[in-house]
Design a binder for this molecule. Structure first.
Ligand code: ADP
Ligand code: MG
Length: 574
């Protein structure tokens, strides 16, 4: 085939493919334009997850009528004039590509009026075909309406995920921007439901509460550190608040949401030794530095940036996070050092790990080490144990055929409940109907995910029904949870809902069950009667996998007779 210059319409579709991947990308570009235009208020409306309609209305500077066709042309921008400008960009846009790209894959209408103009103007584009500029009445500012997104690119339509996922991308995007621009009133409605509503009063906690719920928002720790020309501010979670993935780590660089795995790693590393393996913090961090120190022109969707002095930025972020964490985290109280160091390496697995007391009854103490393999307990089974007693209202002490066993009562109970639940799951789980139904309001994103999981919850014994926007009514909870606050139980379940992560329904169900059990299990700090202690040991012995809790932490530590004898010098250890 001879080499041909691509026709304009194909070229623009290729370009559009880079910028407009999904409905949320349209929202991002339009919202960024509104912010660049100095808007104080931005109203966003989406219908059918943005497939049929995305409309963004702002009260910014507006576009003069004669410039409307230029605004819609490719590589047309008011934000750059020279090539050097590229290296000190202080606006969100600069590529002059967004409107043209969006207009080439949808039916787009822009209506605008600069404050000083007497009347507004409107221009329509259909799949890249420009109409005529018409005068029209308009409040000062700009409205961009995008309809039938991707209607002329069916291949792209096929790549879109479910409406729930696409909606969530929009929710996530707008909430993050609301956090980054607390002085701008940002409102998002999806299918008539109000999802985001920030006051524009500069209060970031208020927006955090909308994203994570007020409880989590209250717990988030504030970061604010300035080092030379680098400023790191925002919020991070305390060590007691974690997630199973890195998705709740949001990073803005000079007001721009970026995806930067290395920066994310810098944040998680600041938590090192505080969090269990596989757990991640929540964070929303704003990094500010002079524009000439960041190259933002590396990614068509502007989602990546390059730093002039990367290491300095990473070190600064890590220092800021670590400092905030230390300032707010009680120093763990170490019990007298009972750590026994094995003289030979093969004995290491029997090391007594000096337990830390975190002084937080009822809260899961983060464990520092990974679960220890216990070679003496083969086949996953545990021997019959004789109860000796309870220590520190947290551990059971028991004797087995080969020494002493320390059982973590919370982890053990979690395991017992988990297996009981899984066994029941075939049939219907016993549900306890509440005398008084409880009403629970959730952050919008979680509410959506919960809605999708209602049938599963029903099978697990939760009687939950939608009850107004992002609100649910709990009529019953699983029998094992009886006595617990139903609202709190439900909330703790949805906390870790993440849609794309566990596509297998069965796996997701197991995870839900594990969470229910975590809630329901006796906590450290809870005194148990001798009968309860005995029952717990007995139930644990009966489990199929008694040695770890459903989350993989060990339920018990074994101190073998051999170890004890060596410790007491009854037998030569070398
Ligand atoms: P960029 O933002 O990279 O400049 P866009 O294609 O997004 O490119 O927009 C092109 C131009 O249209 C902008 O440079 C700006 O002058 C104008 N424009 C777009 N949206 C708005 C808006 N909401 N308010 C005022 N001007 C706008
Ligand atoms: Mg733009």
């Amino acid at each position: 085939m001879p080499i041909l210059v691509l026709p304009e319409d194909i070229a623009s579709q290729i370009a559009a493919g880079e910028v407009v991947e999904r409905p949320a990308s349209v929202v991002k570009e339009l919202l960024e334009n509104a912010l660049d235009a100095g808007a104080r208020t931005v109203k966003i409306e989406a219908r059918d997850a943005g497939r049929s309609l995305i409309e963004v209305v702002d009260d910014g500077v507006g576009v003069p009528a004669e410039e409307l066709p230029i605004a819609l042309a490719r590589h047309a921008t008011s934000k750059l004039t020279s090539a050097e400008d590229l290296f000190r960009i202080d606006s969100l846009g600069f590529r002059g590509e967004a409107l043209a790209s969006i207009g080439s894959v949808s039916r787009l209408t822009i209506r605008s009026r600069p404050a000083e103009a007497e009347i507004g103007a409107r221009l329509h584009v259909d799949a890249g075909q420009l109409g005529e500029v018409e005068p029209v009445g308009s409040p000062p500012g700009t409205m961009v309406r995008v309809q039938s997104l991707f209607y002329n690119v069916p291949a792209r339509l096929k790549f879109l995920k479910t409406d729930t996922t696409e909606r969530r991308h929009i929710d996530d995007l707008v909430t993050r921007y609301a956090l980054a621009y607390p002085d701008v009133r940002i409102q998002l409605t999806q299918d008539g439901r109000e999802v985001v509503q920030s006051s524009g009063q500069g209060d970031r906690r208020e927006i955090l509460a909308q994203i994570y719920g007020s409880e989590v928002a209250r717990q988030m720790l504030e970061v604010d550190a300035v080092h030379e020309d680098l400023r790191v501010s925002g919020f991070i979670s305390p060590i007691s608040l974690t997630r199973a993935n890195r998705r709740e780590i949001t990073i803005f660089v000079n007001g721009r949401w970026v995806q930067d795995p290395a920066l994310t790693a810098a944040i998680t590393q600041a938590y090192r030794t505080y969090l269990m393996v596989g757990r991640y913090p929540l964070a929303v961090l704003f990094i500010g530095l002079p524009p000439e120190r960041v190259d933002v022109n590396v990614h068509p969707a502007k989602a990546e940036v390059r730093f002039r002095d990367r290491d300095r930025v990473f070190a600064g972020v890590q220092r800021a996070v670590r400092r905030a964490l230390l300032a707010h985290t009680p120093v763990p109280e170490l019990s007298p050092d009972v750590r026994w160091r094995p003289p030979r390496s093969e004995a290491r697995t029997e090391t007594w790990r000096g337990e830390r007391s975190w002084g937080l009854p009822g809260v899961d103490a983060p464990t520092e080490e990974e679960p220890t393999p216990q070679p003496t307990l083969t086949g996953g089974e545990i021997p019959l144990l004789r109860l000796v007693g309870q220590v520190g209202a947290a551990y059971l002490v028991a004797e087995g055929p080969d020494g002493l066993y320390l059982v973590d009562q919370h982890a053990a109970h979690e395991r017992v409940l988990f297996e009981r639940f899984m066994a029941q799951a075939e049939e219907t789980v016993v549900s306890q109907t509440l005398l008084e139904p409880a009403t629970v309001q959730l952050p919008p994103a979680q509410a959506r995910l919960l809605e999708d999981q209602l049938p599963t919850l029903d099978r697990l014994g939760f009687q939950v029904e939608p009850f107004g926007p992002a609100t649910f009514r709990v009529r019953g909870i699983p029998g094992v949870l009886s006595g617990l606050d139903p609202g709190a139980a439900l909330r703790s379940l949805v906390e870790d809902f993440a849609e794309d992560e566990t596509p297998l329904q069965a796996e997701r169900e197991a995870r839900l069950i594990a969470r229910v059990c975590k809630r329901a299990a006796v906590k450290a700090g809870q005194a148990l009667s001798e009968e309860e202690q005995r029952a717990l040991l007995h139930d644990l012995e009966r489990c199929e996998a008694p040695r770890t809790c459903p989350h993989g932490r060990p339920t018990m530590i074994h101190l073998s007779v051999d170890l004890l004898e060596r410790q007491f010098g009854r037998r030569g250890s070398r």
